[in-house]
Write a protein that binds this ligand. Sequence first.
Ligand code: HEC
Ligand code: HEC
Ligand code: HEC
Ligand code: HEC
Length: 139
Amino acid sequence: MKRSVIAILALVAFVALALLGGAAWAAKTKSGEVKDEFAIDNTKAFGKLTKAPVQFHHTKHNVDYKIACAKCHHVFKDHKNTWKEGDKVAKCAECHKTPIQNDGEMLSLKNAFHKDCQTCHKEQKKGPTKCDECHPKAK
Ligand code: HEC
Ligand code: HEC
Ligand code: HEC
Ligand code: HEC
């Protein structure tokens, strides 16, 4: 009996610490909470991944590299990005619905990520542009 109480208390303490720790690694923005760093992993949308998920440092991109939210997040009206801070952020996959092949003018999910991430890295001559630098090779 006593043992199980101790076990429960230990579990509660562990969960509380995990939650506190988690909060410290997430940034609260005007548009909601987002983890400082996370793996971009759309296994569900792609069906299955042929490449490793990409580790992305959201806060570094925004704060250290000084990239505005609207450079990556958008809602288009008449081809103009009307998204502004405070607006909801939808997952890329909610609009870029086809996984690999573009759907008419609309970029596929893969091409949307590649165009967003790689175009900037190439233009700035900073950040990874080779496959394995973003999709680490399985060991
Ligand atoms: C360099 C690109 C980039 C910049 C700059 C950026 N983000 Fe993001 N953000 C992303 C990507 C990529 C995701 C993950 C999207 C996905 O999984 O579909 C994301 C996710 C998010 C999410 C979580 C959405 C969800 O449902 O999981 C929020 C909230 C968010 N960003 C807000 C912001 C805000 C506010 C700013 C500016 C202060 C900002 N972002 C700047 C690329 C960026
Ligand atoms: C609310 C719907 C929506 C969401 C969410 C969305 N997109 Fe898009 N995206 C569009 C539409 C619509 C276009 C076509 C824009 C036009 O009219 O030219 C587009 C165009 C693009 C383009 C080409 C234009 C450009 O800016 O270079 C890229 C790249 C892109 N999206 C990447 C992303 C990424 C990466 C995410 C997630 C961080 C994302 N999109 C989330 C709707 C969306
Ligand atoms: C508007 C410009 C821009 C966009 C968009 C962008 N990046 Fe970057 N990225 C940078 C810059 C600048 C660096 C810093 C390189 C340096 O200082 O060495 C960088 C560095 C990185 C790095 C290595 C260092 C780190 O911070 O982890 C990774 C990985 C990376 N980017 C992934 C991505 C992914 C994935 C996307 C798309 C979701 C993306 N980036 C979109 C500008 C951008
Ligand atoms: C700047 C970072 C970056 C570079 C460089 C990059 N990718 Fe990606 N790629 C991404 C991101 C982010 C996704 C979306 C991953 C997810 O959601 O699981 C993606 C998705 C994919 C997908 C679809 C998902 C899957 O695993 O099947 C394929 C295929 C892919 N990339 C292949 C490549 C190839 C091949 C190269 C080199 C020619 C490359 N990528 C270079 C960031 C990058």
